[in-house]
Design a binder for this molecule. Structure first.
Ligand code: ARG
Length: 456
């Protein structure tokens, strides 16, 4: 019989019960639910709302339930309405009358809002740690590649010379912003709603601050309606996770390209790639493709909850139960992706020679060639045009800027001299880009070291 049987004269239809029940997914919050109830019992007894002996029985009972769940002695009842009802019913089964006092001055509406905040606070810390671990892997890979010349691209066309370290460090910046976003979301999740009760607070003399402090919250909510119906922090977290997935997906896309025969910039370790069931030569970057695919699924969760929330009047509505599968799935997905891509990137082989060859072929030092003429007093627009003509000549005659004879350079404009060759040497081109944020070894090394110092 459900907890709310008093008002009803008929048993609940099995289909209604199954449809309504959330225990198959909200059981993951059992620890938070028990912890929340222990704090509630303490507060109720401190305020003289329940007896000390009831408090003690409740705490003992809840701890025994916790232990039995963890030891798989107690199974979640699939017919229970949700984890909150399940634990309360089990408590009353174990300790009798005192168990029935626990839900004084509390509603499942503030209870579920509390549990999900506690659960997500912990999950945010886990995602942050996984992100930090991955950033450290990227930094270590970057450290080994501050001299690994590769073409930088725009429009997927070879554009200017950079290093592989510089390229990886762009992702470090993205993931650092992701960390910041998670910290901000943590702050808005770390607000305790308990005491809002069903929607309008309560007539009991509660000590909300005490209960919040017991549970490790830094603040309490200011409005009881908002306390039970705010899901912004979940939407925010879904958005943070979507952005992390977008970053992981961009990197995955690059890794997929880089491991193709067309690029061959990297080779994935055998233990992090898969074969084909028919083509014996294949080595596929499945992990990265799955990350790209799973990004769509996480975006789906974000859009789903935004849509769920857009039409719900204040305060609690059952629609909000739909928040859980979305956020739980997104959290699991991002953690899975981060912990899988990390060793894959750590073990991938960087094919430096191939990167260099690609860099030599794309006229990526053409801008430097034009800058050379500017140094000789030619206006940039003219220099740009002259070098454009030289590149055209090179393409037609299968030459590179490095291999073109000085006599031919001079034919285009006599300002060219022998020092053009060192000016367009790719390593020099990179190291001359010594502006803060640029690809020069000195700059990138500084960035790597300061990030490593902060994160390790
Ligand atoms: N299982 C519900 C949820 O996840 C708990 C709150 C239910 N409250 C209620 N009054 N029906 O949202």
């Amino acid at each position: 019989m459900p907890m709310w049987e008093g008002r009803f004269s008929k048993q609940i239809d099995k289909r209604t019960n199954d449809f309504n029940s959330s225990i198959r997914f909200d059981h993951v919050m059992y620890k938070e639910d028990i912890k929340g109830s222990i704090a509630h019992a303490k507060m109720l007894s401190k305020q003289g709302i329940i007896l000390k002996e009831d408090e003690e029985k409740i705490i003992k009972g809840l701890n025994s339930i916790l232990k039995d769940i963890e030891n798989h002695v107690l199974e979640f009842d699939p017919n229970a309405e949700d984890i909150h009802m399940f634990i309360e019913a089990e408590l009353t089964k174990r300790i009798g009358q005192s168990g029935k006092k626990l839900h004084t001055a509390r509603s499942r509406n503030d209870q579920v809002a509390l549990d999900i905040r506690m659960y997500l606070k912990n999950q945010i810390l886990i995602i942050k740690q996984n992100l930090i671990d991955f950033i450290i892997t990227l930094l270590n890979k970057a450290k080994e590649n501050t001299e690994t010349i590769m073409p930088g691209y725009t429009h997927m066309q070879r554009a200017q010379p950079i290093t592989f370290a510089h390229h990886l460090m762009a992702y470090v910046e993205m993931f650092k912003r992701d960390l910041e976003r998670l910290s901000e979301t943590y702050g808005r999740t770390d607000i305790c709603p308990i005491g809002s009760c069903a929607l309008a607070g309560t007539t009991y003399n509660l000590d909300r601050l005490f209960e919040a402090k017991e549970l490790g919250f830094s603040k309490i909510t200011n409005n009881s309606l908002d306390g039970v119906s705010d899901r912004d922090f979940i939407i925010e977290l879904l958005s943070d996770i979507s952005i992390i997935m977008m970053h992981l997906s961009r990197l995955s896309e690059e890794i997929i390209l880089w491991s193709s025969w067309e690029f061959k910039f990297i080779e994935l370790d055998d233990s992090f790639s898969t074969g084909s069931s028919i083509m014996p030569q294949k080595k596929n970057p499945d992990i990265t493709e799955l990350i790209r695919g799973k990004t769509g699924r996480v975006y789906g969760s974000l859009i789903s909850l935004l849509t769920v929330m857009k039409g719900t009047p204040l305060a609690y509505n059952k629609d909000m139960q739909e928040d859980k599968e979305s956020i739980f799935d997104a959290v699991n997905t991002v953690n899975l992706c981060l912990t899988t891509i990390n060793p894959m990137v750590a073990t991938m082989k960087v094919l430096k020679e191939n990167m260099k060859k690609a860099a030599e072929k794309g006229f990526i030092n053409a801008t430097d060639c034009a800058d050379y003429l500017v140094e000789k007093g030619i206006p940039f627009r003219d220099a740009y045009k002259i070098v454009g003509n030289i590149v055209k000549y090179c393409i037609e005659n299968d030459k590179t800027l490095e291999s073109l004879d000085l006599s031919i350079y001079k034919h285009f404009i006599p300002s060219f001299d022998n020092d053009i060759y060192s000016h367009i040497n790719l390593i020099n081109c990179v190291n001359k880009r010594n502006v803060i944020g640029g690809p020069a070894k000195e700059q990138v090394e500084k960035q790597i070291m300061s990030n490593l110092a902060k994160l390790t």
